[in-house]
Design a protein around this ligand. Structure first.
Ligand code: DC
Length: 221
C-alpha cells in the first residue's frame, strides 16, 4: 500500500494547481481523476451520445478503456490507447463530463483503476469523492474550498489571460449551478469526509497552501 493523499473540493478551489505542485515536491504520483471523467465525456461526445441519456451513456461506457501514462512526471490520459490530454479541457467536454460523471455505471467504470493506482503507488489523488468513496482509508484527506466570489474571480482572470471575453456574474452563476449539481447528485456527491481537514484557499497564496498541506502530510508519513 502506498501513502495516499486525497484532495477533494469544488471546481475552482485550486485542487489541480496545488496537487500538481505538491506531488512534485513529495515525489508522489499525481492522479487527476477529473481528467478520467473528461475522457469518458469526450468519448460520448465523439460518438454522438446524448449526455442526458443515462441508459445510452451507461451501455456505451463498456467500450471505453481509460488509462493513465506518465511522461516526465506529467499525467497523460489515454482513451482507448490514444492520448487525449490536449482535447479534454474545453467547455463542451466539461459540460459532458459534469453530466455523465453523475451516472453510477460511469463511476463504477473508473473505481478499480483509481483504487489500483493508490494501492501500488504513493499518490496524491484529486477529485470529488476520493476521501469519501474511493480511498476511505487515505493517510491524509484534504477538503479544499474557496468562496464562490474568489473562485469566480480566478476563472475570470484565466479567461482574460487567454484573451477571451468573460462575464463575472455569469461565471458566478455557473459555479453555483455546478456546486449544486455536484453536491446533490445521488451517487457519490461532493461532500467533505468526516475526517478530512478543510483548507479554505480564498485568502491564501499557492505557496501557502502547498506548504500547509505538505506539513500535514509530513506529520503522518
Ligand atoms: O475536476 P474537473 O473539472 O476536471 O472534473 C470534471 C468533471 O468530473 C466535473 O464535472 C466533476 C466530475 N468529477 C467527479 O464527479 N468525480 C471526481 N472524482 C472527479 C471529477
Amino acid at each position: 500500500m502506498g501513502f495516499n493523499v486525497a484532495i477533494d473540493g469544488p471546481a475552482g478551489a485550486g485542487k489541480s494547481t496545488i496537487a500538481k505542485r505538491l506531488a512534485k515536491e513529495l515525489g508522489f504520483i499525481y492522479v487527476d481523476t477529473g481528467a478520467m471523467y473528461r475522457a469518458i465525456g469526450l468519448y460520448m461526445m465523439n460518438n454522438g451520445i446524448d449526455g442526458a441519456d443515462e441508459e445510452a451513456v451507461s451501455s456505451k461506457v463498456e467500450d471505453v478503456v481509460v488509462s493513465l501514462a506518465y511522461e516526465d512526471g506529467t499525467q497523460k490520459v489515454l482513451l482507448n490507447g490514444e492520448d487525449v490530454s490536449g482535447l479534454i479541457r474545453t467547455e463542451k467536454v466539461s459540460a459532458m463530463a459534469s453530466q455523465t460523471s453523475a451516472y453510477r455505471k460511469v463511476r463504477e467504470h473508473l473505481l478499480d483503476l483509481q483504487r489500483d493506482m493508490a494501492k501500488n503507488n504513493d499518490v496524491l489523488m484529486d477529485g470529488r469523492d476520493i476521501g469519501t468513496t474511493i480511498l476511505p482509508n487515505a493517510d491524509v484527506k484534504i477538503y479544499l474550498t474557496a468562496s464562490v466570489e474568489e473562485r469566480a474571480r480566478r476563472r475570470y482572470e484565466e479567461y482574460l489571460l487567454k484573451g477571451e471575453a468573460a462575464d463575472l456574474e455569469e461565471i458566478k452563476e455557473d459555479i453555483r449551478t455546478r456546486d449544486h449539481n455536484d453536491m446533490t447528485r445521488a451517487v457519490s456527491p461532493l461532500k467533505k469526509a468526516d475526517d478530512a481537514i478543510e483548507v479554505d484557499t480564498s485568502h491564501m497564496t499557492v505557496d501557502e497552501v502547498v506548504d500547509h498541506i505538505k506539513n500535514l502530510c509530513k506529520e503522518r508519513m
